[in-house]
Design a binder for this molecule. Structure first.
Ligand code: HEC
Length: 235
């Protein structure tokens, strides 16, 4: 093999990987088009183009800046790669109360509004694809979901059942300040000096709004649902 071919070979190997991992997803995801629903497979006509509520773009930037993706993924893997799909708290509900099975894999629309799809580097902590629903329906039952997340970010080992949590705290996203007038409704329930309170800063607010926008409790169109269990049930 000549040296020239060797160099070309190396170039081709790296550019193929770069093309498939970076360039192809970039073009695929940046111009998402609405999906046309059909009566036969979706039970209704119309267009599907989910919009996420909350401060998605700002929050995603805080998520990225603090390296949450190093320990948390945001991918519900296909069945051949893991059993994520069968975890109701991760992939959606087996029965959403209206007889609909909403469990599904991650699709490109889940990252709508974000600059990058933060699929994550490793799964040291739980997958966060469905965190918003988990917090609202399970952790923060009856109380405010925002408050649950603020407490987690400030003191992950606070609750007894999380004493061994390996999630780092992010106290720099909070500030301790003098109470002026009435205490803030966002103030954390931790004791501080008399007349002071701990409140989330604007980054913490954007991050929590973003985390609550991570939800998988809607039914996706048949064209996007690759879940084998669902296919079997349908057909
Ligand atoms: C060093 C790795 C690591 C980093 C970095 C990290 N986490 Fe965690 N996280 C964990 C682990 C491990 C758990 C599981 C223990 C627990 O539930 O507290 C966890 C749990 C959580 C939970 C509770 C999830 C659930 O469903 O129980 C949330 C929310 C969370 N992390 C948010 C974040 C956010 C937001 C960031 C970035 C600002 C972050 N984490 C950064 C390791 C990490």
């Amino acid at each position: 093999m000549s040296f020239r071919n060797f160099l070309l070979g190396i170039f081709a190997s790296f550019s193929l990987a770069w093309g498939m991992v970076v360039v192809y997803p970039f073009f695929k995801m940046r111009a998402l088009k609405p999906i046309v629903l059909t009566e036969a497979s979706d039970g209704k006509d119309g267009l599907y183009f989910p919009k996420r509520a909350g401060r998605v773009a700002n929050g995603a930037a805080v998520y990225a800046a603090n390296g949450c993706y190093l320990c948390h993924t945001q991918v519900i893997r296909p069945t051949y790669a893991g059993n994520d799909l069968y975890r109701e708290d991760w992939a959606g509900l087996k029965d959403n109360g209206e007889g609909l099975d909403t469990r599904r894999e991650t699709n490109a629309y889940d990252f709508e509004g974000e600059k990058f799809a933060q699929i994550g580097v490793s799964r040291l902590g739980p997958d966060l694809s469905n965190l918003g629903r988990r917090v609202e329906a399970i952790y923060a039952k009856g109380s405010s979901p925002e408050a649950w997340l603020y407490k987690h970010l400030y003191s992950p080992r606070g609750p007894v059942e999380r004493r061994k949590s390996d999630c780092p705290d992010f106290r720099f996203l909070f500030e301790e300040r003098e109470i002026m007038g009435n205490p803030s409704s966002d103030a954390l329930p931790f004791s501080v000096a008399e007349g002071k309170e701990i409140v989330p800063n604007s980054d913490a607010k954007a991050l929590v709004s973003y985390l609550l926008s991570l939800k998988k409790d809607d039914a996706v169109p048949a064209a996007l649902n690759f879940a084998p269990a669902k296919k079997k049930a349908d057909g």
